[in-house]
Design a binder for this molecule. Structure first.
Ligand SMILES: Nc1ncnc2c1ncn2[C@@H]1O[C@H](COP(=O)(O)OP(=O)(O)O)[C@@H](O)[C@H]1O
Ligand SMILES: [Mg+2]
Length: 243
C-alpha cells in the first residue's frame, strides 16, 4: 500500500493529539507504528479507519485522497478491517454470528454465503470448534483471533490493528502474533500499533515512530532498528528493550 499523510492535525479541547503529522511511504505491506502512550497512534489509526476526522491535513491512500464526508467515509469503512485492543466482539452473538454480521448487514450477502465465508476463515485460524460459542466462553487470545477473522471476512483492502495483544498474557499474545505473522506471509497489507518490538522487527517492512502527535522518524525496518537517527527514538528503544 502507498500512504501519504500531510500535516494531520487533530485536537481534543486544547490538547493536540496530532500536531502536523506527516508521513510518506511509497510502498509498504506491513507498517508498524510505535511510540510512547498518548503520542497519537490510536488517533491516527482511527483517522485511517475513517472513524475520526482530522481538523486539518490530508490522507492519500493508494493514490486516492480520503474525503472526510459521511458518505465517502462509509464506503471507506467497508473496505477497511479494524481490530482494537479489546471489546471487538458483540458479547450477545456467537463467534459465527459475529463474523457473519458485517457480511449480511453491510454487504447484504445471503446468510448461507456469509456462513460459508465465516466457517472457511474459522478453519483457517483453527477456530472452527468455537463457532457456536459466545465471546465470554473464549480466551482473550481466541477472541482477538476471531476479531481478526471478522475484520478479514469483508476482504478489506488492508487491516488496521491497534495494540491487538496489549490486553493478553504471553501465551495468548504469541497466538495472536502468529496469526498476524501468517497474514503477513500471505501478503495481506496491514498497519499495526504495537509495543512488541521483537515482533515489529520481524513482521514489518516499514516503521514509523510517533510521539507528541508528530512523526519523529520513519524508515525501512532494518535500518530503523539498526541505526535510529533521532535521539528520541534511540532513548525510546533503549528503554523498551531494557527488560
Ligand atoms: N476522544 C478523545 N477525547 C479526548 N482526548 C483524547 C481522545 N482521544 C485521544 N485523546 C488524547 O489524545 C492524545 C493521544 O491519544 P492516542 O491517540 O490514544 O495516543 P496513543 O494511541 O499513542 O496512546 C492523548 O493525550 C489522549 O488522551
Ligand atoms: Mg493507543
Amino acid at each position: 500500500m502507498k500512504l501519504e499523510l500531510n500535516a494531520l492535525c487533530r485536537a481534543f479541547g486544547t490538547h493536540k493529539a496530532l500536531d502536523n503529522l506527516s508521513l510518506n511511504v511509497s510502498e509498504t505491506r506491513a507498517l508498524v507504528l510505535i511510540g510512547p502512550s498518548g503520542g497519537g497512534k490510536s488517533t491516527l489509526l482511527r483517522i485511517l479507519a475513517g472513524l475520526e476526522t482530522p481538523d486539518s491535513g490530508g490522507v492519500i491512500l493508494n493514490d486516492e485522497t480520503l474525503i472526510f464526508e459521511e458518505s465517502t467515509l462509509l464506503q471507506h469503512r467497508r473496505k477497511t478491517g479494524v481490530v482494537f485492543q479489546s471489546f471487538n466482539l458483540f458479547p450477545h452473538l456467537t463467534t459465527l454470528e459475529n463474523i457473519t454480521l458485517p457480511l449480511t448487514a453491510v454487504q447484504k450477502k445471503p446468510r448461507s454465503e456469509a456462513e460459508h465465508i465465516a466457517m472457511e476463515l474459522l478453519r483457517r485460524f483453527h477456530l472452527e470448534g468455537h463457532a457456536h460459542k459466545k465471546p465470554a466462553a473464549l480466551s482473550g487470545g481466541q477472541r482477538q483471533r476471531i476479531a481478526i477473522a471478522r475484520a478479514l471476512a469483508v476482504q478489506p483492502q488492508f487491516l488496521l490493528l491497534d495494540e491487538p495483544t496489549s490486553a493478553l498474557d504471553p501465551a495468548m499474545t504469541a497466538e495472536v502474533l502468529d496469526t498476524i505473522a501468517m497474514l503477513s506471509e500471505q501478503g495481506r497489507d496491514f498497519i499495526l500499533v504495537t509495543h512488541e518490538m521483537g515482533f515489529a522487527r520481524q513482521v514489518s517492512d516499514w516503521v514509523a515512530f510517533v510521539a507528541e502527535g508528530r512523526l519523529v522518524e520513519a524508515g525501512a525496518t532494518e535500518s530503523f532498528f539498526n541505526a535510529p537517527k533521532s535521539n528520541v527514538t534511540r532513548d525510546f528503544l533503549a528503554k523498551i528493550l531494557k527488560y
